[in-house]
Design a protein around this ligand. Structure first.
Ligand SMILES: [Zn+2]
Length: 472
């Protein structure tokens, strides 16, 4: 069966062209000037006149049903990937977790079981390694054969996910040897724990103190440190969810000296700040995540947009990890675990469905990035960074037919009512954004069309990934 998307404007990271796209089965089979072919015969025809035809979004940082702080992220692989599709994302990479004291492979298998047969869109896995033992280092090699080519460690969360510098360095040496990428959550968790304890002793218990006790220097210092170790070990380094301009400056400096250092940010850091954390009552808890959203007065948001434009930041992901404000039918009170003690608020917020709209809005709608760069930071660079290109991340003959038909003239109002994530609030409630998603096609199947969902769980397949394709 073939599908023809005709009369649209095809946009990739490098081109903008009036072209028709032929889909045969799961793949793009042809791209040609309108009227120059006879593909219409026998094809299902989608008229994309006046619309953009874009590669499906790739969100390389999600945490479906992640256990955190005594509860679980409220989206599971089924609801979370369906919501992703609604928001124009056709691939996610989630994180399997090594439980401390257990084997890495056991954690991997546990997460694969959670995902298998449940996903609406294609998915890959990163592996979170906490306990870097000789056994764990061997298992990093085994995972490479499973298509898990990136390993995440933490300088944050002492006693939970934290690895000391020696463990981090040993994992980096292994990555240099087997060609994988080290991902770092870079915040100085040891110092942050001191600041948190002192804040609580002073009676500072509101959500805003979550950000105040994780000041920019704690992110910048940890970023500097892990860059130094990665350069010494000789492995590629990807710093996740960057929010402080001082930390991204460290990435920029390392890139200027030719190091394979990369950084991502997320929509929450481009739009949210202390105004949100200070919302009345306990509402600030909605925006508690780590790294934290930062003070609007320090220029972080504008700096992050600028770093995206100059390619010092390469990717916008979400760190999607939602917890409910009210009572979740399965997980109970979630964010409210931290009422009266901000250190007990589960860290994380929803975003997998919001990312493409919010970034298009700020980038193209408000003129901060070009249309090509929007595609690059949301799809093409994510695919290249994590070894999925050109199967994913572009529109080209032979690529998977993961395609969005995007209406630049329509608008969309962000709200919990209109979203599909399994959570009871939206971070951007009431914000009107430019651009609306008309159709979402994943591996040739129309998942969303005219506001209707046509997919089912199990449509998504596991992606065995290659290694980083952005190396200098
Ligand atoms: Zn995360």
């Amino acid at each position: 069966m073939t599908t023809l998307i005709k009369n649209g404007t095809v946009v990739t990271a490098t081109e903008i062209m009036d072209a028709d796209v032929l889909i045969d089965g799961e793949k793009v089979a042809g791209i040609a000037a309108p009227g120059s072919h006879s593909w219409e015969e026998g094809a299902e025809v989608i008229d994309a006149s006046g619309k953009y035809v874009l590669p499906g979004g790739i969100d390389v940082h999600t945490h479906m049903e992640l256990p955190f702080g005594g509860t679980f992220a409220s989206d599971d692989f089924e609801s979370g990937t369906r919501a992703a599709a609604w928001g124009g994302t056709t691939t996610i990479i989630d994180f399997a977790v090594q439980v401390f004291g257990e084997n890495v492979m056991d954690g991997y298998e546990t997460w694969m079981e959670k995902a298998e047969g449940n996903c609406a869109i294609d998915y890959g896995m990163h592996m979170i390694v906490g306990d870097v033992t000789d056994q764990a280092l061997k298992e990093m090699d085994m995972l490479m054969d499973e298509g898990v080519t990136s390993f995440k460690l933490f300088t944050a969360y002492p006693g939970v996910l934290y690895s000391d510098d020696g463990k981090i360095f040993r994992a980096m040496q292994k990555a240099a040897e087997n060609g994988s990428t080290i991902m770092m959550h870079a915040e100085n968790g040891i110092v942050i724990d001191v600041l948190r304890e002192q804040a609580l002793q002073r009676g500072e218990t509101d959500p805003i103190y979550h950000s105040i006790t994780r000041p920019p220097v704690t992110e910048a210092e940890a970023t500097h440190r892990v860059i130094a170790y990665a350069e010494l070990a000789g492995c590629p380094l990807y710093v996740v969810h960057m929010s402080a301009k001082e930390a991204v400056e460290e990435v920029a400096i390392a890139r200027n000296r030719g190091s394979n250092v990369f950084g991502e940010t997320c929509p929450q850091y481009l739009y949210l700040g202390w105004k949100n954390l200070s919302e009345p009552g306990f509402d600030g808890a909605k925006y508690v995540c780590s790294t934290p959203v930062r003070s609007e007065d320090q220029g972080h948001q504008e700096a992050l947009w600028r770093y995206l434009a100059t390619n010092d930041l390469q990717i916008v992901s979400t760190d999607h990890c939602p917890f409910c404000m009210g009572d979740h039918p399965v997980h109970g009170t979630q964010k409210r675990l931290g009422e009266g003690d901000f250190t007990k608020i589960p860290n994380g917020l929803p975003g997998v469905e919001d990312r493409m709209r919010m970034i298009y809005h700020g980038a193209v709608g408000e003129g901060r990035l070009s249309l090509n760069r929007f595609v690059e930071v949301t799809a093409t660079a994510p695919a290249k960074m994590f070894g999925l290109f050109p199967q994913k991340g572009t529109i080209a003959v032979g690529s998977d037919a993961d395609i969005l038909v995007w209406d630049p003239e329509e608008t969309h109002v962000m709200s919990v009512e209109s979203s599909h994530m399994d959570v009871d609030y939206n971070c951007y409630e009431g914000t009107e954004v430019k651009g609306e998603i008309d159709k979402v096609i994943a591996r040739g199947k129309v998942l969303i069309s005219d506001g209707e969902y046509h997919g089912e769980k199990g449509d998504g397949q596991y992606l065995k990934r290659g290694t980083c394709q952005l190396l200098i």
